[in-house]
Design a protein around this ligand. Sequence first.
Ligand SMILES: CC(C)[C@H](C(=O)O)[C@@H](O)C(=O)O
Length: 460
Amino acid sequence: MKKTLFDKVWDAHVVDAIENGPQILYIDKHLIHEVTSPQAFNELKDRDIPVFRPNQIVATADHNTPTTNQHLPIQDKLSRHQLEQLSKNCTENGITLFELGHKYNGIVHVMSPELGITQPGMTIVCGDSHTSTHGAFGTIAFGIGTSQVAQVFASQCLLLTKPKSLRVSVNGKLKKGVLPKDVILYIIAKLGTNAGTGYFCEYAGDVFENMSMEGRMTVCNMSIEMGARGGMIAPDQTTFDYVEGREFAPKGKDFEDKVAYWKTLPTDEGAVFDKEYVFDAEDIAPMVTYGTNPGMGIKVTENIPTLDDASFEKSLKYMDFKKGESLINKPINFVFIGSCTNSRIEDFRVAAEYIKGKQKAPNVTAWLVPGSKLVETQIIEEGLKDIFIDAGFELRQPGCSACLAMNDDKIPQNEYCVSTSNRNFEGRQGQGSRTILASPLVAAATAVEGKIIDITKQLN
Ligand SMILES: CC(C)[C@H](C(=O)O)[C@@H](O)C(=O)O
């Protein structure tokens, strides 16, 4: 039988199955952070169950971490407590933790791939919806709830019903100034936030084949925003080259053996998907969102749609936008480049290339937040920090930062923020804040201009 990439990885991990029912899936890597692990550790403690395979768990602190003065004690009481709890739980259970200040600390979905913990063909879970990021490696990776975190702690397995399969193909060549973030915002705008519900998505076609690993991570990261359990891209030479030589990646003969296996994973020619969508790369342009879910996106040159729908109108009211309006020239006071979607070195390179020799607009507060300590180091070593500082941007320390209001980095009430993060929900970046999702290039241009512009005009 012809198999999809998803089938191959899934089938290789089934430990047991109930006829016509759920299956028990073996989990290779369990990533944890401070937000969704404490209750699971408590449950195990209450039931006197040990962590079954601590060596397959890796922890980091990211959501609650401050992005300034990380060498000082954390001021916020709740955040301090969360981080202390994580450290205590990891020490008690023999789990590797990259705590605040550690050279490998960073956002869980940035840290694990860059250290070679994430590898093709694995099953990876984390109590975090953006775990779909790791699917960029041809990995079955998805977010789980806290009770499932406890299940994996206790058994390194999960009881699951196999999701249906969906393939999104994008063929052709992307236009200048169109980044991976635009590709995924375009797909979600076309398909809506429910298209993926009940499905695991494979991204295929020229655009993904020609994309860097970091770009693939940006795309897979937002799979959850169209409702999919996860997203995947077939591993290829780009994947193998990225993984090779990383700290926790297999070495020498082990690596070669793995590559031989990874090469067998791509979807067989003729394998059938439950649902398929095909798009043309030429139609994709720099995108922005105008509403309060990631599906409410338009090309920056388009106008906000005119729909007669109560929830659509509620969204526009929250954003203080009007039907049919263009976002070009909208004054913006906050710009955030960061989050597990767009905080890798390529994101900062794109921003720096645009910013070089320009100045941030005086009305804008522009935060650049690397996804990890390693990215932060790279920014400095490549001289990008100087470009940012000279242009008036603020380079902060690694963490989830302004993606979600779980730390000090909040966007004030009623302010717009052009943000490279993944969610534009009401209050996501701070009470009453208004999020406009975009690529790092659109975000950088907004910071320089102090308003939203059609970036393509400057590129031609
Ligand atoms: C805190 C965590 C449970 C949450 C998630 O699962 O997505 C967060 O990472 C987010 O992006 O909203």
